[in-house]
Write a protein that binds this ligand. Sequence first.
Ligand SMILES: NC(=O)c1ccc[n+]([C@@H]2O[C@H](COP(=O)([O-])OP(=O)(O)OC[C@H]3O[C@@H](n4cnc5c(N)ncnc54)[C@H](OP(=O)(O)O)[C@@H]3O)[C@@H](O)[C@H]2O)c1
Length: 360
Amino acid sequence: MAVPASSLRTALLVLLSLGLTLALGLLLPEALRLLFSLLGFPCDNASHAIVLVYFVFMLFVAMPSLPRGTVPTQGKVVLITGCDSGFGLALAKHLHNLGFTVFAGCLLKDKNGEGAQELQSLHCDRMKVLQLNVCSEEEVTQAVEFVTKNLEDPGLWGLVNNAGISTFGEVEFTSLDTYKEIAEVNLWGTIRVTKAFLPLVRQSKGRVVCMASMLGRMGCPSRSSYCVSKYGVEAFSDCLRQEMYKWRVKVITIEPGNFIAATGIFTKEGVEKRGQEMWEQTSETIRNDYGKVYFSHQVARMKAFVSSGVKNMSPVINVLADALTSKYPYTRYNPMDTYCWIKVQVMSHLPAAIADRIYI
Ligand SMILES: NC(=O)c1ccc[n+]([C@@H]2O[C@H](COP(=O)([O-])OP(=O)(O)OC[C@H]3O[C@@H](n4cnc5c(N)ncnc54)[C@H](OP(=O)(O)O)[C@@H]3O)[C@@H](O)[C@H]2O)c1
């Protein structure tokens, strides 16, 4: 009988953690004992405690997650924004397959966008596609009316704030309008939609899921407009989570790593076009100071970045589904590859001066 890859991976990680624990367990106590005796402190307990904490940490990282139970999906209703493509489209189909009734908000439903058409072609009562631009007060109000009218039981189980856009460009090349444009969708769109649908979510003691990003937890050169918006989403979700405990509504933040190659958030043509616009719109002083060679190099790097990252969306789709189906969902999910995971840990836990030297 073949051993599943996940069990093999877990076994290897546990072995690695034991090996490291033993190696450090032998060396670290000696080093600490020496240090503590030089400083004149009693040392035995301190070194044992450190090894124990380290061992527990490694097991925590290596162990598969404990079963947390699932909630029934039949009769549960979820609204997702940004279902024209990428994570939103894939999630709408996945939740529908799991038995949810899905309200799929599409930016281009009224323009016969491909994503909206694909979802409508399912011809199923549990898949309802609606026009929803998260930046439009009017469309959000109409969406609330549409959902309320079509609910069989009062209450919305889940709201997934997925709609988002991104761009690139160093601060000195990024106009204030660009900062506003990105925040208008990612941050104000999330807040607008959440405020509008919260009464329905509170009725069913449901869940609000906000799509942030690893760039909501760490800065990154050339991505300040996106980072600003996603740091905002993190702040909003954290405050809302604390306020919603009393209503038994769970607020969950998703922080994906790099899945750029898997979704439509960046295209090479889009990067090229944006690069040209930025160069043309920026001031003479900035152009002279940075120079065209430097700027073109940045654009080329971004174009190469478009085909980078995890090419399969399923890690993100699986955690989004877990956030909506688990009895005890996590507060934060970090679907990402090991490289991004280590980078986020280093960037968010080490002193900034050291972390910057490692990665920038
Ligand atoms: N891909 C990644 O590596 C990654 C990493 C971390 C976080 N995220 C986040 O994941 C979410 C989904 O992004 P994705 O990667 O799946 O990109 P995507 O394929 O471009 O999906 C984003 C969707 O949002 C829609 N949208 C844009 N503006 C909107 C508006 N004003 N109202 C409603 N919908 C709007 C887009 O429609 P159009 O296609 O018509 O523009 C698109 O369907 C975003 O919040 C993004 O920031 C992505």
